[in-house]
Design a binder for this molecule. Structure first.
Ligand code: DOR
Ligand code: ZN
Ligand code: ZN
Length: 387
């Protein structure tokens, strides 16, 4: 029996955008360590991206991730299959077969789909299975070798820029293709004010468009990248301007944003411990997301607990066609227990993830998950993972 007085009990949190790296990149993370990090951060389910090696672009790959998650996972793992064989290129993956084996969404996250005709074929195909196409909006022709947001930061740092338009043009294109095909579109990690305006307009039109934002794009900006070139802050899409971050927070408050996700992108110390231009894009997020949201959005009064639950539990489940969780008797018993007053400091040594590439090391937060239950079984109790 746990005494939960003073705690807040909410439906189990779901992070619908996570890179667990298995198979193929287990030096960065694997399903055991990544799902431990998820439980530690208060999540009872994550959606795993397919940019592994091999890419999850067939039914056997979907079965592999499901089997590993069942064997060693500390939370549910929802599998996103790749839209295209190998990610990128112009050969459709067999989304129908992956769907039959349990894939809940399709994406080419990490690469994006460069050709509009290919994107249309993906959406025409995915529509038959009533599953969303999740898109990483990046136009390679504009983005090229861009390292940081194009503008003040790229000039100040003397590095190639990754313009806002490199994201916005793809969002506009994919909304147009959503209108053409009728396929549900989920725009991954929106980072710019105009990108979010495009989503807002699409929703007003009644199109089946949803979108997500990350804590790092809300709570960090390009201004944080100083002359020491911190590679932990190298992320794709890049940290944007303060005005962009404010627009994302406004979108969270006004209902335009459907979900808060981490884009948890673990990398090894040695990969990040080199020149900015050579370091890989990405930062971790599973173990800091809830604390950041509680500290910067809930405590600040930008949103209440109900909206937080909508963004971090209800909407992700709905978009991924997972059974809803309510606190009513007989519901799926996935629960997260939050201590809203726990003050803590993000420390590199304190992660269950194999990776340390958080952009928030040193941040002082208030609020964190203490307990998680998946299907009625404790996966974390009083801050400790249940073995
Ligand atoms: O920063 C990122 N890292 N963005 C992505 O879209 C992919 C991810 C990764 O796989 O490392
Ligand atoms: Zn992405
Ligand atoms: Zn991603």
């Amino acid at each position: 029996e746990r005494d939960l007085s003073g705690k807040v009990v909410v439906p189990g949190l779901v992070d619908m955008h996570v890179h667990l790296r298995e198979p193929g990149f287990e030096q960065k993370e694997d399903i055991a360590s990544g799902t431990r990090a998820a439980a530690h951060g208060g999540f009872t389910a994550v959606c795993a991206m397919p940019n592994t090696s091999p890419v999850i672009d067939n039914a056997l790959g979907v079965e592999y991730v499901k089997a590993r998650a069942a064997a060693v996972g500390k939370c549910r793992v929802i599998v996103a299959g790749a839209c295209s064989k190998g990610l990128g290129g112009d050969t459709l993956a067999d989304m129908g077969d992956m769907r039959a084996h349990g894939a809940k969404a399709f994406t080419d996250d990490g690469r994006g789909i460069q050709d509009a005709g290919m994107m249309r074929r993906v959406m025409d195909y995915a529509k038959q299975f009533d599953l969303p196409v999740m898109v990483h909006c990046q136009d390679d022709g504009l983005v090229g070798e861009g390292q940081v947001n194009e503008g003040v930061a790229s000039t100040r740092l003397g590095m190639l820029g990754w313009p806002a338009e490199g994201e916005e043009i793809e969002i506009a294109r994919d909304i147009a293709l959503c209108r053409l095909t009728g396929c549900a579109l989920h725009v991954q990690h929106v980072t710019t004010a105009r990108g979010l305006d495009l989503v807002r307009a699409a929703k007003a039109e009644g199109l089946p468009v949803t979108c997500e934002v990350t804590p790092h794009h809300m709570f960090l900006t390009e201004d944080a990248i100083g002359p020491d070139y911190p590679t932990a802050l190298k992320v794709n899409p890049p940290l944007r301007t303060a005005a962009d971050a404010a627009a994302l927070i406004a979108g969270v408050a006004d209902g335009t944003v459907d979900a808060i996700v981490t884009d948890h992108a673990p990398h090894t110390d040695w990969e990040k411990d080199r020149e900015f231009e050579l370091a890989p894009f990405g930062m971790t997020g599973l173990e800091t997301s809830l604390g950041l949201v509680l500290t910067h959005l809930v405590r600040e009064g930008v949103i209440g607990y109900e909206r937080m639950v909508e963004l971090m539990a209800v909407a992700p489940r709905a978009i991924l066609h997972e059974e809803p969780v309510t606190l009513a008797a007989g519901s799926v018993a996935d629960l997260t227990v939050i201590d809203p007053e726990a003050a803590w400091t993000v420390e590199a040594g304190g992660f269950c993830s194999k990776a340390n590439n958080s952009g928030f090391v040193g941040a002082e937060l208030v609020g964190r998950a203490t307990d998680t239950y998946v299907g009625g079984y404790a996966t974390m109790e009083d801050g400790a993972i249940v073995e």
